[in-house]
Design a protein around this ligand. Structure first.
Ligand code: MGD
Ligand code: MGD
Ligand code: SF4
Ligand code: MO
Length: 694
C-alpha cells in the first residue's frame, strides 16, 4: 500500500505524519524523519483520520429556502447560485461594503490568498478579516513595533534546548502542543532553566524550575517589574542597548514606576520570586521569552507583549544566536494565514494595504487598477458586531471558523449572525455556525487536498493530498473559482493549489514575508523552507535579525509601556476573575474534535476549575453543577476543584457551545492596536446552579 508524507490538520506545530489510505479515509502513521516532531503526535493528530469517512462529515451542500426554515440537501449549482445571488444582492441593496468575508488561520496559504483576492477583486469590499485576530494579533503588532517584521518564532524550535533560560508566558504546551515539550525537557537536561508564568499551575508549569502565578491580566506589570530589577541590579547589556536598539530611556523611565513591592501588589507574585526570575534570566548568557495566548488575549495584549520584548532587549537577548523573543502561534496556518491577505489591513507578502507601493505591486499581479483596491476594513470582532446593522455587513461568506462558539460575547455574535440578510458557510462539518447559514458548502479536508502552511517556526510546509475526497464535496479553492465566475470575474481564480501558490509567490515578492524563492518542489526536498526566501538560490531564513532588525534603521525599538488594569475587574456583583483556554483532547470550537469519539471520551464536556478554598466558601463540591455569570451572560458547567489555580480566579475551556459555552461570558473589550478581544480576563460570579440540590 502506498503512503503519503503530510502534516496534521490542527495546530501550528504542524507535526509531520504519514497517511495510508483505507477504504473510506486514511490511517495515520508515524513519520519519524520529520525533524520537528520526530514521529510524535498528540491524540488529536493520531485520531485525525476519524473525520474523513463520508458518515462523519457533510457530503452535499445544504440550503434553506427561507429564514427560520430547515436546511435541506441541494446540488452544487443551486448552492453556488444562491451564494452568488446572496452576496451580489446585498452589494446592490446596501453597497459593496455591506458584503463581508470571514476566514480562518486553519486555511492553507493558497486559500487565504485566494480568499483575500476574492474579497478585494470580486466583491471589492474592505470588510475581510479572520479568526487569527482572536489568536496572535497582539503578538504580531508588538513584533512589528519592536522588530519591524512579524514572524512567530525568529528561530527554529531546535534552538530552545541550547539556550540558557526560557520564560514561557501564558503558554501551556503540555496541553496545546505536546510533542513540543521535548524541547523544554532537553533545555533542562542541558542545564538550562525554565520559568513559567501562568495563573494556573498547569502541567507545563509543573515542569518549570520557577513558576510565577500572577493575577490574570497583570503580565505587563510583571514584565516591567522584572525590567526594574534588571536595571536596579545592574544586569543591563549596555553595549547591546547602545548598538542595536532605540528608545531605552523612555522604557527605563517606565520601568522605574514598576518597583518590586508595587508589582507584588498588582500581580500577587512575591518580591522574592520576582527577584529569582530576574536573576535566572539575566544571569543566563543566552535566553528566550516565549508568549502564547495568556498575555496576548488581553485588551492590552500588544503593550503586554512589548513589555516582555523590552526584557529581552535590555539584557541583550535578541538579534543573536540562541536568544530572542518569540510567539507560539496557534492554528495550523496561524502564521501564513495572516501573511497573505485575509487580514483587514494587509495584502499578500505581509504588505500594508495602505502603502501605495504595496498596492501598486499587488494590483499589477492581480491585473487591476490599484485605485480599485479597497482600503483597510473592520477587525474580526468589529466585523461580527456590525452584522445586520445599519451601515454594517448584511451578507457574509465564512470559511474556516466557528464564531458561534469561539467569538467573545458569543450570544451577541450569534444574534448578529441571525440578523444577516444572507450567510454562507464553507465547512467540512455542520458546525454551530454552519447551522445558522442560508447555504452550507461542504469542503474537502486536509488529507484530500494539497496546500502549503507556515508553521510557528516560519517554516513553509507542504501538506500533500493522500486520499480522494468522497463525491459531493469540493475544495474551498474550487468554490472561490466558481463564485468568482458567477460574479463576473472568470479569470484569475485558479483552483489548482500549485497554480495559486505560483501567483502568491509573485504577489509576495519584495514584501516582508517574501515567498518568491519557495516552490512545492523545494519544500518537498527540504522539509520546509523558512521565509523570507526572495529567490530560488536563497537558502531561506531560519534565524532572523542576526545582523540587523527589520526596522528602517535596523535597530529594535523599546516600548515605554505601563501597567493598566483589565477592562473589567472583579467587584461586589462579579467578584472573581474568569480566564479561559484549552484542554489537550479538544481543538478550538470543537467543531472537528467533538466529532471524534476517542477525544470525546477523554474530554467529554466543559468544566469550571476552582480552588478548594473558593469551593468551600461557595459551598461547592467536586462535580456539582455551577452557574457562572458575567455582565454578558451565563454558562453552566460542573465544578472541578483543584489547588492548581489561584483562589481568586476560575478557569473554563472554550471548546463547547450550548449551555456550557465559556464565550457566553467573555468580554469583547478590544486591544486598541491589535483588535484582540480580552478572552483571558473578565469578572464573574459563581454559584451552585439553581435546582442542583445536594
Ligand atoms: N489541545 C489543543 N491544542 C491547541 C489548540 C486547542 O484548541 N486545543 N489550539 C491551538 C491554538 S489556535 C492556539 S492559539 C494555541 C494556544 O495555546 P496556549 O496559549 O498554550 O493555550 P491557552 O490554554 O489558550 O492559554 C495558555 C495559558 O494561559 C494561561 N493564562 C490565562 N490568563 C492568563 C494571564 O492573564 N496571563 C498569563 N501569563 N497566562 C494566562 C492559561 O491558564 C493557560 O494555561 O493552542 C493550539 N493548540
Ligand atoms: N474564550 C476563549 N475563546 C477563544 C480563545 C480562547 O483562548 N478563549 N481562543 C481564540 C483563538 S486563539 C482562536 S484561534 C479561535 C478559534 O476558533 P474558531 O475560529 O472557531 O476555530 P475552529 O474551531 O478551528 O473552527 C474552524 C472551523 O472551520 C472548519 N474548517 C477546518 N478546516 C477547514 C478548511 O480547510 N476549510 C473550511 N472551509 N473550513 C475548515 C472546521 O470544521 C471548523 O468548523 O478561538 C478563539 N476563541
Ligand atoms: S501537536 Fe498539533 S500538529 Fe502535532 S499532532 Fe497535536 S494537534 Fe497535530
Ligand atoms: Mo489560536
Amino acid at each position: 500500500m502506498t503512503t503519503t508524507d503530510t502534516h496534521c490538520p490542527y495546530c501550528s506545530l504542524q507535526c509531520g505524519m504519514r497517511l495510508r489510505p483505507t477504504g473510506e479515509g486514511a490511517e495515520v502513521l508515524e513519520r519519524p524523519d520529520f525533524p520537528v516532531n520526530l514521529g510524535a503526535l498528540c491524540g488529536k493528530g493520531r485520531t485525525a483520520g476519524a473525520l474523513l469517512p463520508p458518515g462523519a462529515r457533510l457530503t452535499a451542500p445544504l440550503v434553506r429556502d427561507r429564514r427560520g426554515g430547515e436546511l435541506r440537501e441541494a446540488g452544487w449549482d443551486e448552492a453556488l447560485d444562491r451564494v452568488a445571488a446572496g452576496l451580489a444582492g446585498a452589494a446592490e441593496r446596501y453597497g459593496r461594503d455591506a458584503v463581508g468575508v470571514f476566514g480562518g488561520g486553519g486555511l492553507t496559504n493558497e486559500k487565504a490568498y485566494l480568499l483575500g483576492k476574492f474579497a478585494r477583486v470580486v466583491l471589492r469590499t474592505p470588510n475581510i478579516d479572520y479568526n487569527g485576530r482572536f489568536c496572535m494579533s497582539s503578538a504580531a503588532a508588538a513584533h512589528r513595533r519592536a522588530f519591524g517584521i512579524d514572524r512567530g518564532l525568529p528561530f527554529p524550535l531546535e534552538d530552545i534546548p541550547r539556550t540558557g533560560c526560557v520564560i514561557l508566558v501564558g503558554a501551556n504546551p503540555a496541553e496545546t502542543m505536546p510533542p513540543a515539550l521535548r524541547f523544554f525537557r532537553e533545555l533542562r537536561e542541558n542545564g538550562g532553566t525554565l520559568i513559567v508564568v501562568d495563573p494556573r499551575r498547569t502541567r507545563t508549569a509543573e515542569q518549570a524550575d520557577l513558576h510565577l502565578q500572577p493575577l490574570p491580566g497583570s503580565d505587563l506589570a510583571l514584565a516591567m517589574g522584572l525590567l526594574h530589577l534588571i536595571v536596579a541590579d545592574g544586569h543591563l547589556d549596555e553595549e547591546f542597548i547602545a548598538r542595536r536598539t532605540t528608545g531605552f530611556g523612555e522604557a527605563r523611565a517606565a520601568a522605574m514606576a514598576h518597583w518590586p513591592e508595587r508589582v507584588e501588589l498588582l500581580t500577587g507574585v512575591p518580591v522574592a520570586r520576582l527577584r529569582a526570575a530576574a536573576e535566572m534570566f539575566a544571569g543566563a548568557p543566552e535566553g528566550m521569552v516565549l508568549t502564547a495566548r495568556g498575555p496576548e488575549q488581553q485588551s492590552k495584549g500588544t503593550d503586554t507583549v512589548s513589555a516582555w520584548i523590552n526584557l529581552c532587549l535590555a539584557t541583550g537577548k535578541a538579534g543573536r544566536p540562541l536568544s530572542g523573543y518569540g510567539c507560539l502561534t496557534g492554528q495550523g496556518n496561524g502564521q501564513g494565514g495572516r501573511e497573505h491577505g485575509q487580514k483587514a489591513d494587509q495584502l499578500p507578502g505581509y504588505r500594508s494595504i495602505e502603502d501605495p507601493v504595496a498596492r501598486t505591486h499587488v494590483a499589477s499581479v492581480w491585473g487591476v487598477d490599484p485605485a480599485e483596491l479597497p482600503g483597510p476594513g473592520r477587525s474580526a470582532y468589529e466585523l461580527l458586531d456590525c452584522m445586520g446593522q445599519e451601515g454594517g455587513v448584511r451578507a457574509l461568506l465564512l470559511m474556516g471558523s466557528n464564531p458561534v462558539v469561539s467569538a467573545p460575547r458569543a450570544a451577541h455574535v450569534t444574534r448578529r449572525l441571525e440578523a444577516l440578510d444572507f450567510l454562507a458557510v464553507g465547512d467540512p462539518v455542520l458546525s454551530e455556525t454552519a447551522r445558522l447559514a442560508d447555504v452550507v458548502l461542504p469542503s474537502t479536508q486536509w488529507a484530500e487536498e494539497t496546500g502549503t502552511l507556515t508553521s510557528l517556526e516560519g517554516r513553509v510546509l507542504l501538506r500533500r493530498k493522500a486520499v480522494d475526497a468522497p463525491p459531493g464535496v469540493r475544495s474551498d479553492l474550487r468554490v472561490l473559482h466558481e463564485l468568482a465566475d458567477r460574479l463576473g470575474v472568470p479569470k484569475g481564480f485558479p483552483h489548482d493549489p500549485e497554480e495559486v501558490f505560483e501567483e502568491l509567490r509573485q504577489a509576495s515578492a519584495g514584501g516582508p514575508a517574501d515567498y518568491a524563492g519557495i516552490s512545492y518542489a523545494r519544500i518537498g526536498a527540504e522539509d520546509g523552507v523558512f521565509w523570507p526566501c526572495p529567490d530560488e538560490a536563497h537558502p531561506g531564513t531560519p534565524r532572523l535579525f542576526l545582523d540587523r532588525f527589520a526596522t528602517p534603521d535596523g535597530r529594535a525599538r523599546f516600548a515605554a509601556v505601563t501597567h493598566r488594569p483589565a477592562a473589567e475587574e472583579p467587584d461586589a456583583d462579579f467578584p472573581l476573575f474568569l480566564t479561559t483556554g484549552r484542554v489537550v483532547s479538544q481543538y478550538q470550537s470543537g467543531a472537528q474534535t467533538r466529532r471524534v469519539p476517542e477525544l470525546n471520551r477523554a474530554a467529554p464536556g466543559p468544566f469550571v476549575e476552582l480552588h478548594p478554598v473558593l469551593a468551600r466558601r461557595l459551598g461547592v463540591a467536586e462535580g456539582e453543577l455551577l452557574t457562572v455569570s458575567s455582565r454578558r451572560g451565563q454558562a453552566l458547567a460542573p465544578a472541578r476543584v483543584t489547588d492548581t489555580i489561584r483562589p481568586d480566579t476560575v478557569f473554563m475551556p472554550f471548546h463547547w457551545g450550548g449551555a456550557g459555552r465559556a464565550n457566553s461570558l467573555t468580554n469583547p473589550a478590544l486591544d486598541p492596536t491589535s483588535g484582540m478581544p480580552e478572552f483571558k480576563i473578565c469578572a464573574v460570579r459563581v454559584e451552585r446552579a439553581a435546582g442542583a440540590d445536594r
